[in-house]
Design a protein around this ligand. Structure first.
Ligand SMILES: Cc1cc2nc3c(=O)[nH]c(=O)nc-3n(C[C@H](O)[C@H](O)[C@H](O)COP(=O)(O)O)c2cc1C
Length: 356
């Protein structure tokens, strides 16, 4: 049986991933995330992950203005959950690797060996320039070189007594980090680049690579590209992607719900998000009409239809798993646990533990 993993992208910032004034008003606060995490743990999902976000996009919904900090939130969730893996996001641009090594180790001890780190280089200028942490001279390649050094140091601190490192971005001198993580061989590492440079990074340093894309064909291309680059380096990598699930009792009702979200899409926030991705004003104007309220791959329908569409998505985009998004996480996760996950588990086995 093929292995597949199913996890949830926690709503750590207000509005979640459906940018619409007609979508449920997710507040991005701890209790909302805790409710979702407890259900994810109860129904037997493989992981919960939260992003790291420092600035929102405005618009009528003030999308993502309110957010929790990822690592500290996941530490709280590690304490209240029992089985699910807890993956936090940290920016190489912001945090010294010795600090991150110890934070993830602490998360691993709190969770008794369930910690993971989503590695992000830091790409969105406004998030960092607001705090004086962005250098306009640095290129995408520079940021990946920093992140390479950063994760190399973190991995070494997790396994060595003392680390000396003389890099372009970081210097370590007899740097020590104890205790070591409980996870063997080390906590899970995840990365989500989309460029060839990003794939070179994730396939070299991470266990799983989260891909995006505007269409399923683009996602399939990214999925194949990630595996090709991994193979060129003699590696293997798990490839996962996001999936928004909009369900109701019938297909017609779910389609109507999705249309309602679309009718209320917050174009101000959507356009400001495109700007944050570094898109030029002409390109934003050209793409504005094509952007939907729910930007990720979305399956809508009755639970049975959603299950079929998720299986098709896994097959078509050649994925090892999906990270789920819901308009209402409590309703969505309860339904997923009762009506979709058992059937998916009968077709696919859960991911096996890594060997040391
Ligand atoms: C699932 C997923 C999660 C991501 N989480 C974050 C995040 O928490 N913070 C962040 O700054 N960027 C995040 N990103 C953006 C990526 O780190 C990366 O900057 C982006 O995909 C562009 O890829 P590139 O670096 O190869 O150009 C995420 C991307 C994806 C697909």
């Amino acid at each position: 049986m093929d292995e597949k993993m199913f996890g949830v992208f926690l709503p750590i910032a207000n509005g979640g991933w459906i940018i619409s004034k007609n979508a449920p008003n997710l507040d991005g606060l701890y209790q909302t995330n805790r409710d979702a995490a407890l259900i994810a743990d109860k129904i037997g999902l493989d992981f919960i992950m939260s992003m790291a976000k420092w600035r929102g996009f405005g618009g009528e919904t003030d999308h993502w203005r309110t957010s929790m900090e990822s690592m500290t939130m996941m530490a709280g969730l590690a304490e209240v959950t029992e089985k699910v893996k807890v993956w936090a996001t940290m920016h190489a641009l912001l945090h010294n690797p010795a600090v991150v090594a110890k934070m993830v180790t602490t998360l691993d001890h709190i969770s008794k060996g369930r910690a993971g780190l989503n590695i992000v280089a830091g790409a969105y200028r406004e998030e960092f320039s607001q705090m004086g942490a962005w250098n306009d001279e640095e290129t995408h390649e520079d940021r990946y070189q920093r992140t390479e050094e950063w994760i190399t140091i973190i991995k070494r601190l997790w396994s060595e007594e003392s680390v000396d490192f003389d890099g372009r971005f970081f210097k370590m001198e007899d740097c020590q980090s104890d205790p070591k993580p409980l996870s063997r061989p080390r906590p899970d590492l995840i990365a989500a680049g989309q460029s060839d440079r990003g794939f070179r990074f994730s396939t070299k340093h991470a266990d799983a690579c989260f891909i995006g894309g505007r269409t399923d064909d683009e996602r399939r291309t990214h999925s194949r590209r990630a595996r090709e680059i991994a193979a060129e380096n003699g590696n293997e990598v798990k490839v996962c992607a996001m999936c928004t699930v909009v369900h109701d009792e019938t297909d017609a009702k779910a389609d109507a719900l999705l249309q309602r979200f679309e009718d209320g899409k917050d174009m101000g926030a959507i356009m400001s998000q495109m700007k944050s991705w570094g898109m030029e004003p002409e390109k934003i104007a050209a793409n504005a009409g094509k952007m939907s309220a729910s930007q990720n791959h979305t399956v809508a329908g009755s639970p049975e239809t959603c299950r079929e569409k998720i299986e098709h998505y896994l097959d078509y985009c050649e994925l090892d798993g999906v990270m789920l998004i819901f308009p209402d996480y409590v309703k969505g996760l309860e339904m997923f646990g009762a009506e979709i996950l058992p059937s998916l588990r009968s077709r696919y086995s859960p991911p096996q533990a890594k060997s040391a």
